[in-house]
Design a protein around this ligand. Structure first.
Ligand code: 3VV
Length: 209
């Protein structure tokens, strides 16, 4: 998510981590460069000595980053008033593990839609995204959708139907919606669409905390 609206007054979800008004540009920049590094790393066919030289560069960068570390994750307020870590592994712009899932849109019914582009580093079956990552995208999307609906909750059950391979290197649309609430249980569904086809569907039970 690249939306950089000013933070709301909501308290942090946990602990006393700082809430930032916007994502520091260099945080996003570093994560983007590391994502490129990972993609280059899985695609490369250079000679062994070049692999070794690249590894030395990476070691130097790691040492630089370790010079000062923080104890708590950074939090960021988003447009729906909930906080998500800048380093969330699905949508965190500062986490190179995150594809990231971006461009949250909320329609008039409250349904959410985001996009993500997963490269070859996420491959499971040949040419397809690993099923665990498909589930991660859906888990996050249903969590986001129920939070947007005003019921922030943790997933206790996630059922994923893998309808067809989810391609990598193709923009994915991840849709999700809140479908109901029963006591502390919150229900949601979601799906991933690639090239106009639904590749995976999820139904989830979440529990408010
Ligand atoms: C991650 C934190 C999110 C922070 C959000 C910040 C703001 C939101 C903003 C933006 C969202 C962005 C999106 C984030 C998305 C992240 C997604 C994830 O990765 S979620 C992490 C994985 N999930 C867990 O780690 C939960 C592990 N489970 C637990 O910790 C416990 O189960 C817990 C605390 C959730 C509930 O435990 P109890 O002891 O409080 O409650 P009991 O009584 O067991 O269950 C409550 C009700 O739920 C039913 N229930 C529990 N498990 C069930 C299941 N597997 N299937 C069906 N029903 C179940 C029970 O039968 C009970 O129902 P009855 O109230 O009696 O009607």
């Amino acid at each position: 998510m690249t939306d950089e609206r000013p933070g709301t007054t909501s308290p942090p979800a946990a602990g006393h981590a700082p809430v930032l008004p916007a994502i520091p540009a260099e945080t996003t920049l570093l994560a983007a460069r590391i994502r490129e590094l990972v993609e280059a790393g899985v695609h490369t066919d250079v000679a062994a000595e070049d692999l070794r030289a690249a590894a030395e560069h990476v070691t130097a960068a790691t040492e630089l980053l370790r010079e000062r570390t923080r104890e708590e994750p950074l939090l960021l307020s988003y447009l729906d008033g909930n906080q998500v870590s800048v380093h969330n592994p699905v949508e965190g712009p500062g986490n190179p593990l995150a594809p990231p899932m971006v461009g949250l849109e909320i329609d008039e019914s409250g349904a959410t839609s985001s996009t993500a582009l997963l490269g070859a580093a996420y491959e499971g079956p040949p040419g397809r995204v690993h099923g665990g990552w498909v589930a991660s995208l859906l888990d996050h999307a249903v969590g986001r959708a129920v939070a947007v609906a005003g019921h922030p909750a943790m997933t206790v059950s996630l059922t994923v139907d893998y309808r067809r391979g989810t391609p990598h290197g193709v923009p994915l649309t991840i849709n999700a919606r809140f479908t109901g609430k029963e006591g502390r249980k919150v229900f949601a569904t979601g799906e991933i669409v690639a090239d106009g086809e639904t590749t995976a569907e999820a139904s989830a039970i979440l529990v408010t905390y």
